[in-house]
Design a protein around this ligand. Structure first.
Ligand SMILES: Cc1cc2nc3c(=O)[nH]c(=O)nc-3n(C[C@H](O)[C@H](O)[C@H](O)COP(=O)(O)OP(=O)(O)OC[C@H]3O[C@@H](n4cnc5c(N)ncnc54)[C@H](O)[C@@H]3O)c2cc1C
Length: 314
């Protein structure tokens, strides 16, 4: 079956690869390609942040965790599975996503950062998006997929060419299918080098605002912010300074690094991820968007459910 996937972020590429593997012919059509999608800005560490509902998200996140750990064996994928900590000021309950992460345990005194009394420690994949997205694009093309850069203004445009369309347009679904429940969750991050620590550190105390440090092979992402409803893509220098200040508290005193880049992305917020089939007359669209702050974390689990909804090759 010929399938057109709309969107070339992590959702569209993962769906495209799994659909090709299932025997379909696939074209990705997207307004922006990497490195210009929201997915390029993702920090990105595995973690189901601001994505719902919990039961479906847990299943997608668990499956994706396993696939990302397998891909980490291939150096060109840009994934490292590393230990990191999430920090709190009081004893936290067990996280709802604990069933996905076999290595989760209480942080030891040595792992806790001064100023925090409690924490979880666990191993999770860190995904370097500037390496991972080109890796996915190459995999998609190697399997016979085609990528076309073009904006699509209505599903009718593509239904003329393919009976089944997969909608992975992220926040773009607001205008493409008129989904008013989608909203931007604006996030700012700093890219710094060299990495001041190994692994990842996340401040979950919410006393000072969001703070995280995610070290990659040659650089490190410091975050962050989460502003609902703001869709400005212009970095705010004051917010960048505040991120630095929050992250300095998480790092060893005197850690030295240089700020290389200040980036902004709009997470596709939605009360729930939309992953479902819609039929319009003879035409079909499988929606797969609204993954909030967890599009990378849910990508393979969602892609495999999309393939099941598309159905067998005729
Ligand atoms: C600062 C920040 C940090 C983050 N950290 C993490 C993290 O650590 N872990 C994690 O899992 N997630 C993280 N995220 C969230 C993650 O980036 C998103 O959930 C994810 O990128 C969504 O991917 P997507 O492919 O669905 O959408 P996108 O990456 O937005 O891709 C959408 C695609 O659709 C295309 N498109 C849109 N409209 C149209 C149209 N009309 N016609 C044709 N094409 C169209 C776009 O051009 C693009 O190609 C973070 C996000 C931000 C901003």
């Amino acid at each position: 079956m010929h399938v057109i996937v709309l969107g070339c972020g992590v959702s569209g590429l993962s769906c495209g690869i799994r659909l090709l593997e299932a025997g379909h012919t696939v074209e990705i059509r997207a307004r922006e390609l990497p490195p210009h999608t929201t997915s390029d800005v993702a920090a990105a560490v595995w973690g189901p942040y601001r994505a719902f509902p919990q039961d479906r998200v847990t299943a997608w996140a668990r499956r994706t965790f396993n696939v990302l750990c397998e891909l980490a064996a291939r150096p060109e994928a840009g994934i490292q599975v590393v230990r990191g900590v999430e920090l709190f000021n009081e004893a936290p309950p067990e996280p709802w996503w604990a069933p996905c992460v076999p290595s989760l345990r209480a942080a030891t005194a040595e792992e806790l950062v001064p100023g925090f009394s409690h924490g979880y420690s666990f191993e999770a994949p860190i995904i370097e998006m500037p390496r991972y997205l080109p890796f996915l694009q190459a995999r998609f093309r190697e399997r016979g997929g085609r990528i076309l850069q073009r904006e699509v203004r209505s599903l009718d445009e593509v239904w003329r060419e393919a009976p089944v369309v997969v909608n992975c347009t992220g926040l773009g679904a607001r205008s493409l299918v008129g989904d008013d429940s989608l909203f931007p969750i604006r996030g700012e991050v700093l890219r710094v080098a060299p990495p001041p620590v190994a692994g990842f550190i996340v401040d979950e105390s919410e006393v000072r605002g969001i703070g995280y440090v995610i070290s990659r092979s040659a650089d490190c992402i410091l975050g962050g912010t989460a502003e609902d409803g703001n869709d400005s893509l212009v970095p705010d220098p004051a917010k960048g300074e505040a991120i630095l200040e929050r992250c300095r508290r998480l790092l060893p005193s005197g850690a030295r690094f240089q700020v290389l880049e200040h980036k902004v992305g709009l997470r596709p917020g939605r009360p729930t991820v939309r992953l479902e089939e819609e039929r319009v007359g003879e035409h079909r669209v499988i929606h797969n968007y609204g993954h909030g702050g967890a599009g990378v974390t849910l990508s393979w689990g969602c892609a495999e459910e999309v393939v099941a909804l598309v159905g067998p090759v005729h």
